[in-house]
Design a protein around this ligand. Structure first.
Ligand code: HEC
Length: 127
């Protein structure tokens, strides 16, 4: 009985951190995006559009940013599922996008990055 309880404990501690979203890990992953994107208060469009309030936004909707036709016409609404597919392989999800990024294959890293980005509302303030 003791051995079973112990096994459950071990597997729970092994599995739980993998399921949780970790904002600080997401912030480290965000370093891969920062050369081209900003988020937070006063975020500006750089090489890529600012990413405030991304979840719930339509693709190609940031004012003043000159998107590719591919991105603008992709008809995507950004939610966790569409973002995860896109960030794994941007060119596969939006053929012709001008975002030059190989993608993030690690599911946990995508979750963490999602948690990081979800903090910022439309105005860049933390929700
Ligand atoms: C080398 C520059 C570069 C890097 C690095 C980069 N992006 Fe981009 N990103 C772009 C460009 C350029 C676009 C606009 C794409 C278009 O118009 O085709 C874009 C578009 C996007 C969009 C679509 C936004 C919208 O309003 O439709 C998302 C989401 C996005 N990037 C997320 C990320 C994330 C998250 C990372 C880091 C993991 C990242 N990008 C890394 C340049 C980059």
């Amino acid at each position: 009985m003791k051995a079973i309880a112990c096994a459950i404990l071990i597997s729970a501690t092994a599995v739980l951190p993998a399921l949780a979203q970790d904002i600080s890990a997401g912030e480290r992953s965000w370093n891969k995006c920062r050369a081209c994107h900003q988020t937070g208060e006063g975020a500006k469009n750089l090489v890529g559009p600012q990413l405030n309030g991304l979840f719930g936004r339509h693709s190609g909707s940031v004012e003043g940013y000159s998107y590719s036709a591919a991105n603008k016409n992709s008809g995507i609404s950004w939610d966790e599922a569409t973002f995860a597919e896109y960030i794994k392989d941007p060119k596969a999800k939006i053929p012709g996008t001008k975002m030059i990024f190989a993608g993030i294959k690690n599911e946990q890293e995508i979750k963490d990055l999602t948690a990081f980005l979800k903090q910022f509302g439309q105005d860049g303030k933390k929700l």
